[in-house]
Write a protein that binds this ligand. Structure first.
Ligand code: ADP
Length: 269
């Protein structure tokens, strides 16, 4: 069969009608993937057409968070001609490196070129159709994937997730700075794992407070428009349990304070 030659089309690059939002953090374990999954579910619930591209090669936790990894094994995408059809979880189209590797440890040792090819293929060969939002779950830090995404999607808007802790917020600033070097715009900072409300009504700030403000302040230097703290998400047992069960808390228990904060974030972005 005849087929046009040349580079394949990336429908999410500059000029796209889809808002591309890259969720990043300085280090792992701050809740970046949990935030991506819940934000996607909240946007889908608000009626938007949403996809997630899970580019967190070291974590790829999105399939499980979106209920697409029964028994701990990510579902396999189907194919239509030469396109990959993304599985759908909670009305969100999801593609993840975890859906292609034989075991969860396989992709972690990949080098830059392999990662670059995979991200490029996800953008060109996955049949997402028309989307209002494409969320990217980036690996923490400033490595090969972040740079590839920056090159392929200079139009992406960047959401920085941090905890209140200085150790998380200092490296989060760097992730924001690298994103900006490729032309991406930092749209805001989310502080996760905020004070836990105890049974007696008092609050325990396990991870400290103020991390997001210091990231926003640092990323605002030299910008026309200051970078805002868009949301503060408290520590929440339900948020963690919902993640473990593949049922985002914004759907499972919208009254939970963490769910309310994420639903509000989905309205603000
Ligand atoms: P990252 O993507 O930054 O590595 P994850 O989203 O995987 O982080 O979250 C790390 C762990 O913390 C997960 O077990 C997740 O359920 C939990 N977690 C994330 N945010 C919260 C929160 N606000 N309250 C309680 N647990 C959380």
């Amino acid at each position: 069969a005849l087929r046009p030659e040349g580079p394949k089309h990336n429908p999410f690059g500059p000029g796209t009608l889809t808002r591309v939002i890259a969720v990043t953090s300085g280090k792992g374990g701050v809740g970046k993937s949990t935030m991506t999954a819940n934000l996607a579910a909240a946007l889908a619930q608000q009626g938007y057409r949403v996809g997630i591209l899970d580019a967190d090669v070291y974590g790829f936790s999105i399939p499980a968070l979106m209920g697409l990894a029964p028994g701990g094994v990510a579902v396999k995408p189907t194919r239509l001609d030469d396109m990959i059809v993304p599985p759908v979880g909670h009305n969100v189209k999801v593609i993840s490196i975890g859906m292609f590797v034989e075991n969860a440890n396989a992709a972690v040792a990949w080098r830059g070129p392999m990662l670059q090819r995979t991200i490029t293929q996800f953008l060109t060969d996955v049949y997402f159709g028309d989307l209002d939002f494409l969320l990217l779950d980036l690996p923490p830090g400033t490595g090969d994937v972040a740079i590839t995404v920056g090159q392929q999607l200079p139009n992406a808007e960047v959401l920085v997730v941090t905890t209140g802790q200085a150790a998380a917020s200092e490296v989060a600033v760097r992730a924001g700075v690298v994103a900006r070097q490729t032309g991406q715009r930092v749209i805001g900072v989310v502080e996760n794992m905020g004070p836990l409300v105890l049974p007696d009504g008092s609050a325990l700030a396990l991870f400290g407070e103020g991390g997001a403000e210091s990231v926003a302040t640092a990323l605002s230097i030299g910008q026309d428009k200051p970078v805002d703290v868009l949301a503060k998400i408290p520590l929440s047992l339900g948020l963690r349990e919902g993640g473990d069960e593949g049922m985002p808390i914004v759907l499972a228990n919208p009254a939970d304070p963490a769910a309310q904060a994420i639903t509000e974030l989905a309205r603000r972005i």
